[in-house]
Design a protein around this ligand. Sequence first.
Ligand code: SAM
Length: 269
Amino acid sequence: MKLSAAFSILLDLRVGIQAALLPTLRAIMASPSLIFRPAALSRSFMANLWISFGKGVDENGRAVKIQLITPHAHGVVLDIGAGSHGHTVKYLDHDRVSKYIALEPNVLMHPQLREVANAAGFRESDRSLLILSCGAEDTESILSSIGSHGNQPTVDTIISILTFCTIPSPESTIKSLVNEVLKPGGELLFYEHVLSPKDDVAWWQTFWTPLWTRFFDGCVLDRPTHIWIDNLLSGENRNSVWHERNIWGKEGEPEENLFWHRVGRFVKN
Ligand SMILES: C[S@@+](CC[C@H](N)C(=O)[O-])C[C@H]1O[C@@H](n2cnc3c(N)ncnc32)[C@H](O)[C@@H]1O
């Protein structure tokens, strides 16, 4: 990998820090105890960072999302790590989606998330919108908040846009979400940056992860998320959990890229 490409991440880091530093300092001045609460501090930083960073990232993935989300998301939709800007809800076809469940553990993002979802026609007052503050790993809370009877899978579509890179225990969390939350026949749609198939790029991804993760709320650069999903098995016979599986790349994206994306549409058996 060319050194210029390997070190380009420092520019992203600089832009992110520049955008989030001042508002985060203001938050500390308003509530000095934040200094002693690293998790809350990191969430404040990420919420501020995503205000300026998220828009460009969304623009960058727009073509992919129109192709992935709009024609396929249907019924009850669970958006994992919804963020604050409705970067998923605005791609939903309201005629095909009965309920939008936005799961976002960073509660600082909720007011704006609610506003954007309302503007897209999803409201808590008519139960077409539900905002959850638990993590994706907490499938029990997800199911009980949705009001699933006997904890049966009740979600028709799970969407993860640039979130599986951040969740804790990703392999077991993805497995639980698919096995316990997604209905048979339901779809998992994802757009994620993942581990590169090129050894040198993968080396740099692992090299930068400890630094990157510190500023980007736990985001990890070298997860083979698409492979974990593709290989999901179920039942005693250990058959594939999928009836249909499709993974593709982002048009025009160079392979020598620390943020190498994969797009996936999977239909559960
Ligand atoms: C890179 S942002 C992507 C946001 C949004 N999907 C978008 O496309 O704009 C990752 C999101 O994952 C959320 N997140 C962090 N930990 C999480 C967890 N354990 N479960 C679900 N989401 C989480 C973050 O708060 C953040 O909003």
